[in-house]
Design a protein around this ligand. Structure first.
Ligand SMILES: C[S@@+](CC[C@H](N)C(=O)[O-])C[C@H]1O[C@@H](n2cnc3c(N)ncnc32)[C@H](O)[C@@H]1O
Length: 264
């Protein structure tokens, strides 16, 4: 089951680092080329900033942003009320387009969706022949910000309090995803990049992660518990993200990209 369908996303927290979060999306977009007519879907569109960029780049195409979070979609609709974009509440795990689109685009969302071995071939197959499947997701397996969560979940009271929270498995290596899509692909472009985001202090790491990876845990806690959990998170973050020479912190995120063109 998708954790995201039960969690409450906060668009304001997510948008706090919008500039940094936009960078990998821009890198993905910069390498995409669509050769056939048809619509564009932005799966897990969140607050809609990227969906807007897709519409700006391909104004003549139908652009549809989908998300399983009503809060995120409300923010997207409000921000881009005058823009010709359709917004749909839907879960990527079960999403199927009525007409195969020219592009399925998804940025920083697939890590929240389970069963990639089924999902990736299905998304690839959903694209029209000659179309594109373009995705980016963080590769979290060795990330310190996930190691902190693991440490917290191994001790009281969080072990007991958060025992029922389901979390998505870490994404697999690039080679695995290549194998999942190559049968239907005419061409696959895949790469990984580490982004070293300069944050003002350790507390900013906690704020960043509270807008994404911590969302399922925070959703399960009351306000007092949330504050205690975030304080514990920051304590451990201080050791795994030590201050640099100027007191700032380098928050590193490694991200996997894939652009697969479907056989015509
Ligand atoms: C990290 S945000 C990325 C938002 C946007 N794509 C961007 O790059 O700014 C992840 C988004 O994926 C959505 N999401 C998570 N699981 C989902 C699912 N199973 N189906 C649809 N959307 C999902 C969340 O609601 C959230 O808006």
């Amino acid at each position: 089951m998708s954790t995201a369908s039960k969690t409450t996303w906060n668009p304001a927290t997510y948008l706090e680092f919008a500039g940094y979060r936009a960078r990998p999306a821009a890198d993905l977009l910069a390498h995409v080329d669509i050769k056939i007519p048809g619509a564009i879907y932005d799966l897990g569109c969140g607050p809609g900033n990227l969906t807007r960029q897709l519409k700006d780049r391909w104004p003549a195409r139908a652009v549809i942003g989908t998300d399983s979070s009503a809060e995120m979609l409300a923010k997207a609709k409000q921000s881009y009320a005058g823009v010709d974009i359709a917004w749909q509440l839907s879960d990527i795990a079960t999403w199927q387009p009525e007409v195969p689109p020219a592009m399925v685009f998804t940025n920083a969302a697939l890590q929240w969706v389970p069963d990639h071995d089924t999902l990736f071939p299905r998304l690839m197959a959903a694209v029209a022949p000659g179309g594109v499947f373009a995705m980016q997701m963080p590769t979290t397996a060795d990330a310190p910000y996930h190691a902190i969560i693991k440490q917290l979940l191994s001790r009281s009271p969080w072990r007991e309090r958060l025992a029922n929270v389901q979390y998505h498995p870490h994404p697999a290596p690039a080679q695995h995803y290549y194998d999942l899509v190559c049968a239907l692909a005419a061409r696959v472009d895949t790469w990984e990049t580490s982004y070293h985001h300069v944050l003002k202090d350790t507390a900013a790491v906690t704020v960043w992660v509270s807008g994404t990876a911590l969302v399922p845990y925070l959703t399960a806690l009351d306000e007092n518990e949330k504050a205690a959990f975030l304080a514990d998170y920051t304590d451990i973050a201080a050791t795994l993200y030590p201050p640099r020479a100027d007191g700032k912190v380098l928050f590193t995120m490694r991200r996997l990209f894939m652009i697969a063109e479907r056989k015509a």
